[in-house]
Design a protein around this ligand. Structure first.
Ligand SMILES: Nc1ncnc2c1ncn2[C@@H]1O[C@H](COP(=O)(O)OP(=O)(O)OP(=O)(O)O)[C@@H](O)[C@H]1O
Ligand SMILES: [Mg+2]
Length: 336
């Protein structure tokens, strides 16, 4: 098959009805409702081939989850269509569910009151997973996600990291052809994130699973995705390799300094002086902002040595703390 996922002219408009204020407003609303429309997804098209791992990224409210809900059959599009593995998910929701796996990081897909172990036993029946394959999968999940740690606990008692590990294992149990992972690493520590990334890579390698994931973590993208699709305000902004993005935007670094004071004039004068003294420190290559007592210096690391900026600021300003940040997704979207 040519494409595992086909999205064409996909559009979703939410209608919400404004309610007037107070009792008279409520009564008025009964007769004449004021409609506001939110165009969450606007005319998006893309194709995904079998075995691809795609990063579906964008700022908060860009329309990522809404797209995934249409791809998994939870929502109907307003116009346009989606095909996953040859099926239209919102027309054949049950049939589609057998062939896909879904994780919404913000909300568990598991039964809140059931022990984790029972949950897997039920899913085995629902998906009719053969005994031998079930045993193999559970052994693997236990190695990578350490499920036995909490197999006897009900889902509601799990910590966020444990819950996400259980959710991921559940989404992968029946070896779906396609995995939709909506923020599978949100709020997790580095160790758990690493395990989740490894499992995603393993599934893809072992079974050729097609994976679409959303994330706000640039390291997820760097480590997993060969191709990214960026959307903003419901519209497609970029569809292509990660290399182009890294080449065009990966040179930027940001250092955030916590200062002991917030005198904009003093800080401004010293940064002006820094421009004169450090080579390459032109306004194109270095900008800064001061908010309260936090100074952010954004610079092009190809043109300016990070240590010269660090040295200068540490010598001339009273710094309490600092952190160095990689380029983040929101900043990249803003640049487009
Ligand atoms: N059921 C709904 N009714 C009305 N508006 C909705 C509904 N679901 C989503 N929206 C709106 O659609 C837009 C896109 O939301 P969506 O959840 O798809 O964004 P997102 O890209 O997943 O954001 P985030 O990164 O915060 O998860 C937002 O403006 C949101 O408020
Ligand atoms: Mg979302």
């Amino acid at each position: 098959m040519e494409n595992m996922i086909e999205v064409k002219g996909l559009t979703k408009t939410f209608k919400s009805y404004k309610k007037g204020k107070g009792l008279s407003g409520t009564i008025k609303t009964l007769f004449k409702r004021e409609v506001t429309e939110i165009e969450a997804v606007k005319d998006i098209s893309f194709n995904i081939r079998p075995g691809e791992i795609i990063g579906y990224i964008g700022a908060n409210g860009a329309g990522k989850s809404t797209t995934i809900k249409m791809m998994t059959g939870i929502l109907n599009p307003t116009s346009g269509f989606v095909k996953v593995d040859g099926r239209v998910p919102y027309e054949k929701r049950q049939e589609n569910a057998k062939h896909i796996g879904v994780v919404f990081g913000q909300k568990t897909q598991l039964w809140w009151d059931l022990p984790v172990g029972e949950t897997f036993a039920i899913l085995k029946e629902v998906y009719q997973v053969p005994d031998a394959f079930y045993a193999e999968q559970m052994k693997y999940f236990d190695e990578i996600f350490e499920l036995s740690e909490f197999m006897g606990q009900t889902v509601r008692t799990l910590s966020l990291g444990q819950r996400m590990r259980a959710d991921l294992a559940a989404s992968m149990l029946h070896n779906p052809k396609v995995l939709f992972l909506d923020e599978p690493t949100i709020g997790l520590d580095v160790m758990v994130k690493e395990r989740i990334r490894k499992a995603i890579k393993d599934m893809n390698k072992r079974y050729g699973t097609t994976i679409l994931l959303t994330t706000h973590d640039m390291s997820d993208i760097e480590e997993l995705c060969h191709r990214i699709i960026i959307i903003d305000k419901g519209q497609l902004l970029y569809d292509g390799g990660i290399d182009t993005i890294r080449r065009d935007f990966g040179y930027e670094r940001k250092i955030v300094f916590d200062l002991r004071y917030d005198d904009a004039e003093v800080v401004g004068a010293i940064l002006q002086q820094m421009r004169d003294e450090i080579q390459g420190c032109t306004p194109e290559n270095m900008t800064y902002t001061l908010s309260e007592s936090q100074l952010s210096v954004i610079f092009n690391r190809n043109e300016i040595n990070i240590s010269s900026i660090m040295n200068y600021v540490l010598q001339h300003l009273n710094v309490i703390d600092f952190s160095v940040k990689d380029m983040d997704i929101e900043a990249i979207v803003k640049r487009f």
